[in-house]
Design a protein around this ligand. Structure first.
Ligand code: HEC
Ligand code: HEC
Length: 414
């Protein structure tokens, strides 16, 4: 190499180093203390240990977990023998189904929700019409478009296939063998003949069946309680940031992902609703998501609030194991108001990029469409969209999408 080319090579190297250094300074500014505090709140390490559910005394019983898991995947618990919870909540798909509207015995009016982490949520469903995982499970079982079965039908199935498992957790199963007292198919919400058969039963026998039914939900909830997201790349990054370990930080997220994170917690203010270690405030918001025209009117939380107050299996019901004062969420919930109109539950954003389509009826097929929606914040067709337009440019919106990919992780399940 001549002196001249050595000089040029040296100069070239210098330029690369200086540019790299400047690039580093411009694209990777250190987080401020306030930002670090925010990042820590989003870190999975900040998730507190799961408190017992006072309404479900069996929630942490290992035998209930095992029994509940069997029920979750057992397709005999449906009118056509083909539908289980696991039909719409597939473990290999993050406990949802990847469809805009779920398919059971029929088609639902909303999209299936992922289950991971919902043990931390006080409200279930897009409209929060249930206040615990165990009460939630009792909905699809007797919904005509989901499992399509009835309460006595399920009680008989338990007696036939799960007597030992049931009795190990809940004690002796009542004798249901007299079909004139406990018809094959009877329940308050199934078809008309099932309803008539239910009405014809004595109140005490209905009570017996309801108790078994509630216990089924409590076993299923014991299983669901342990379905949790694990640490994602984002969490590795935050842990490194908290330890001031820039090497790991730089090796874990790209510049674009870091920029997306900066926007997410800053100018885009996504953390107003998607906050805490599960990226949800567990509350209901009107974000102007359009309706699907072919579906019946959906008022969201406005109907869900009335639903949970009226639910015969809510925290204050006789089937709940909680003291009334332990039902704080239900006791202090907002039951009316314009802000409930077309307000839907803010879902966790962990693993969100792997579960298109998005929103309560699968309205948006891509994350780009979701971000464009937030960017323009259209008026809501009912109630009031809480959001203002973001007016971000395309590079910034793409960066937020890139950041969302860092929230993917394995889901732990028993
Ligand atoms: C036909 C498909 C289907 C079946 C079967 C089904 N689900 Fe769902 N699941 C859905 C849909 C759709 C939603 C949202 C419905 C709504 O908001 O009205 C949902 C919501 C949920 C939620 C609420 C999660 C949250 O974040 O609020 C839980 C928990 C859940 N299902 C558990 C179960 C369990 C347990 C079973 C079995 C007993 C079950 N599901 C059976 C489709 C299904
Ligand atoms: C005012 C509260 C609020 C803010 C702020 C907010 N979201 Fe949401 N987000 C929601 C609600 C509520 C839903 C569900 C809406 C529906 O289905 O109708 C949702 C849904 C989503 C979904 C789809 C999740 C799924 O499983 O379908 C994504 C992705 C998302 N938000 C990302 C973001 C991003 C990124 C930002 C910041 C640009 C943001 N959100 C800001 C409340 C909010």
């Amino acid at each position: 190499m001549s002196e001249r080319s050595k000089l040029l090579a040296g100069l070239g190297l210098l330029i690369v180093l200086v540019a790299g250094g400047l690039g580093y300074i411009f694209t990777r500014p250190a987080w401020t203390d306030a930002e670090l505090v925010t990042l820590k709140t989003l870190w999975i390490g900040s998730l507190p240990p799961l408190e017992p559910d006072p309404s479900n005394q069996y929630g942490d019983d290992p035998a209930a977990v095992e029994f509940g898991k069997q029920l979750f995947f057992d397709t005999r618990f449906s009118s056509n023998g083909e539908v289980a919870c696991g039909t719409c909540h597939l473990p290999e798909k993050g406990f949802q189904d990847g469809l805009p509207l779920a398919q059971g015995v029929g088609t639902t009016n909303r999209r299936a929700m992922p289950i991971a982490g919902t043990a931390y949520s006080p409200w279930m469903f897009w409209d929060g019409r249930k206040d615990s995982q165990w009460a939630q499970a009792l909905g699809p079982l007797e919904s005509a478009v989901e499992h399509g079965g009835s309460r006595t039908f399920y009680a008989h199935l338990i007696a036939e296939h799960y007597r030992a498992e049931y009795e190990a957790v809940f004690g002796e199963l009542p004798d249901l063998s007299d079909r004139s007292r406990f018809p094959e198919v009877a329940g308050p919400v199934a078809d008309e003949s099932a309803r008539a058969a239910w009405e014809a039963m004595s109140p005490a026998d209905r009570e017996t069946v309801n108790q078994i039914y509630a216990n089924m939900g409590k076993a299923i909830a014991a299983y669901e309680r342990q379905i949790m997201p694990t640490a994602s790349r984002f969490d590795v990054y935050v842990q490194a940031a908290l330890e001031n370990d820039t090497q790991t930080m730089n090796a874990t997220l790209t510049d674009e992902e870091v920029e997306g994170l900066r926007l997410f917690i800053g100018p885009a203010n996504c953390t107003r609703c998607h906050n805490g270690p599960l990226f949800t405030d567990n509350s209901f918001h009107n974000t102007g998501v359009p309706a699907v025209e072919s579906l019946p009117e959906d008022t969201g939380r406005a109907q869900g609030a009335q639903g949970v107050l009226a639910d015969e299996f809510n925290c204050l019901s006789p089937y709940s194991d909680a003291e009334p004062k332990e039902c704080a969420e239900l006791n202090f919930m907002v039951a009316e108001g314009e802000e409930l109109e077309r307000a839907f539950k803010a879902p966790s954003l962990r693993n969100v990029t792997s579960r298109a389509p998005f929103m309560h009826a699968g309205q948006f097929t891509t994350l780009q469409t979701v971000l464009n929606h937030y960017n323009s914040a259209p008026a809501s067709l009912a109630g009031h969209n809480e959001l203002e337009p973001l007016n971000l440019n395309e590079t910034q919106l793409n960066a937020i999408v890139a950041f969302l990919h860092t929230l993917n992780s394995e889901i732990a399940a028993p």
